[in-house]
Design a protein around this ligand. Sequence first.
Ligand code: PGA
Length: 254
Amino acid sequence: MRKQIAAANWKMNKTIDEGIALIKEIIHSDIKLQQGSEVLFAVPYPYLSSIKELISGKENMFIAAQNCHHKKNGAYTGEVSVEMLNSLGIKHCLVGHSERREYFAESNQVIAQKVDLCLETGITPVFCCGEPLEIRDLSSQNQYVTTQLNESLFHLSADDIKKVVIAYEPIWAIGTGRTASSEQAQEMHAHIRSVLDSTYGSAVASEISILYGGSVKGANANELFSMQDVDGGLVGGASLVASEFVQIINSLKK
Ligand code: PGA
């Protein structure tokens, strides 16, 4: 079975004390994590090291960055490079989240550069894609997401694309409480897998984990994750509440 992943995206929330309390509550909960499943915590940059300490020794739990810069190093005040992340032992990084695309004008091309730098550095990029509401209303979501994949990922070799985790997050479902139905999620995940298949072949396509994101909660995780091509979730709001996130982790496919 493909790797099943529950990924928390804290975004710009929690003080360090609140973050530590949250992680402690989660790791001391009754978590049933199957062999080969993973939990990621994408926490704010300043907390990477201290929160990483807290989960050291926890098998299959990793701290992730929420972003990285698209240049290796240099005069980019306030930015963080993949090399810096790597030097902290961080091995996962969200790339191309829709909030970064929207508020920081990240293009598919810039995101491609980030993906490349992550892979060169041995960091797993969690590549986010997904359409805005106006595209969904035109029923053009498949085309839209295909272009995102084409322009940011499909220059990669088969060996490299296998190292990428894809997160499909329809923008209209992020933070809105309006979750995609499990059928809508499955439809897009199957589409993404079919595009991977026609570009890289079915063996490669079947290995790549595709997470769903957008108002995932304890109450809907089970149904979403039971869909054939949904390999877990990228979770914002509900990852800030220990009991919710634990329920989401325990909903990963067994
Ligand atoms: P949400 O956010 O779960 O709050 O909708 C998901 C995300 O943006 O990754």
